[in-house]
Design a protein around this ligand. Structure first.
Ligand code: NAD
Ligand code: DAU
Length: 372
């Protein structure tokens, strides 16, 4: 039995990880620490909110005394660190929050973990600090470059990826210098339920439903390696169970797509859904292009993202070999599931965009940890 502290558990990947964990390991205690920024929503945790072993703490990872209290009071042995500012475009217009949360915040967690686990000796021999990072730390690839492996030199290009690279280095240093038992996973682009509609895939789906333009940055030929979010959770589970302390593991989908092709595919699938299911026209009366089978007419080329990375791709050999990791969801099934989820959850996506979910969902929580 384990006691987990999951930072950023009310965000997209964190929440999916918590759902996965509580379904597969219901006997474990899971404490979520989340600041509930614009990207974090308690609604994302509604499926586990009443589980007797689930606890939620509204707080900031930069609050080191709070983290120390949580580690002690819940006898945490495993910290899974998702909390971050995660959107590249926001890091270009406002990098400060990225430095604060991604670098200072990660260091605050490391300091607390060192103090409680190593200096005070709680779970000294048996603890894990798992840091969730990104493939963006490796920079960008040309069309024929080999995919990113764990030995690819770091070359981050945006304030977001630079802040994640800095946090990776701090985690590595706390292992090397103090012996903190750490692991890092560097994952490619995730997609799936609860993805905040500022990121490409949910933005395109929700904009089609509102008949809004689908913005394509530059020529749309940038490439990303897409992974279904539950496969990321499964990968982290394997790193926790089988990963070697002090190591990094790349997790990817072996699924490279140009942005414009993904957007065209989503348009096609949406046209099909509207043709197959006439009740969608009633549910989404504004989606006139999709109703006419012409969602792709919403595609609009716009100014490119500054410093836009051209291509990401993950070399999965280390996680395949050491962890026997393989993604289980095909892109065909994963993207259809994702589309259906957004079609069924208009209340979620319209509410998270205006922040109105927080008050309602607060009433659903059985065990809220108060701030220390
Ligand atoms: P997200 O933006 O959806 O969620 C981030 C969560 O962290 C939110 O719940 C937010 O409230 C919380 N948070 C932010 N600042 C905080 C703070 N100071 N204290 C406590 N909580 C705070 O992000 P995501 O897409 O779920 O990404 C989760 C992690 O995975 C990040 O570390 C990101 O770098 C990494 N990652 C993301 C992807 C991806 O495709 N989205 C891919 C690889 C790695
Ligand atoms: O690779 C992992 C990273 O993937 C994570 O570390 C980040 O947290 C996550 O946000 C994601 O970063 P990207 O920048 O790749 O994701 P985003 O969904 O913002 O953009 C995907 C691609 O689509 C990218 O090439 C930019 C482009 N794009 C994005 C938006 C929002 C557009 O063309 N138009 C858009 O409106």
């Amino acid at each position: 039995m384990s006691n987990l502290l999951v930072t950023g558990g009310a965000g997209f990947i964190g929440a999916n990880f918590v759902h996965y964990w509580m379904e597969n390991y219901p006997q474990d205690k899971v404490v979520v620490l989340d600041a509930l920024t614009y990207a974090g929503n308690k609604a994302n945790l509604e499926p586990v909110a009443k589980h007797p072993n689930f606890y939620f703490c509204h707080g900031n990872i930069c609050d080191t005394p709070l983290v120390e209290t949580l580690l002690k009071e819940h006898r945490i042995d495993t910290l899974v660190h998702f909390a971050a500012e995660s959107h590249v475009d926001r890091s270009i217009t406002g990098p400060d929050a990225f430095i604060e949360t991604n670098i200072i915040g990660t260091h605050s967690l490391l300091k607390a973990a060192k103090k409680i686990w190593l200096d005070e000796g709680l779970n000294k021999e048996n603890h894990r600090f798992h840091h969730v990072s990104t493939d963006e730390v490796y920079g960008t690839l040309g069309p024929n470059d080999p995919a990113f492996s764990e030995t690819t030199p770091y070359a981050p290009n945006s304030p977001y990826s630079a802040s994640k690279a800095a946090s990776d280095h701090l985690v590595r240093a706390y292992h090397h210098t103090y012996g903190l038992q750490t692991t890092i996973s560097n994952c490619s682009n995730n997609y799936g339920p609860y993805h905040f509609p500022e990121k490409l895939i949910p933005l395109v789906i929700t904009n089609i439903l509102q008949d809004k333009p689908l913005p394509i940055y530059g020529d749309g030929k940038q490439i990303r390696d897409w992974l279904y979010v539950e496969d990321h959770a499964r990968g982290i589970d394997l790193v926790l169970k089988k990963g070697r302390v002090g190591e990094c593991y790349n997790i990817g989908g072996i699924n490279e797509w140009a942005n414009i092709d993904i957007v065209k595919l989503i348009c096609e699938l949406m046209n099909e859904e509207f043709a197959r299911n006439p009740s969608l026209a009633e549910k989404y009366p504004n989606a006139t292009k999709a109703q006419q089978g012409q969602a792709e007419e919403l595609i609009t080329f716009v100014t490119d993202r500054a410093g836009h990375d051209r291509r990401y791709a993950i070399d999965p050999r280390k996680s395949n070999g050491e962890l026997s990791y393989q993604p289980q969801e095909s892109f065909e099934t994963g993207i259809r599931k994702t589309l259906s989820w957004y079609l069924d959850n208009e209340i979620w996506w319209s509410a998270v965009m205006d922040g109105s979910y927080q008050d309602w969902i607060a009433t659903q929580y059985a065990q809220e940890v108060t701030k220390a």
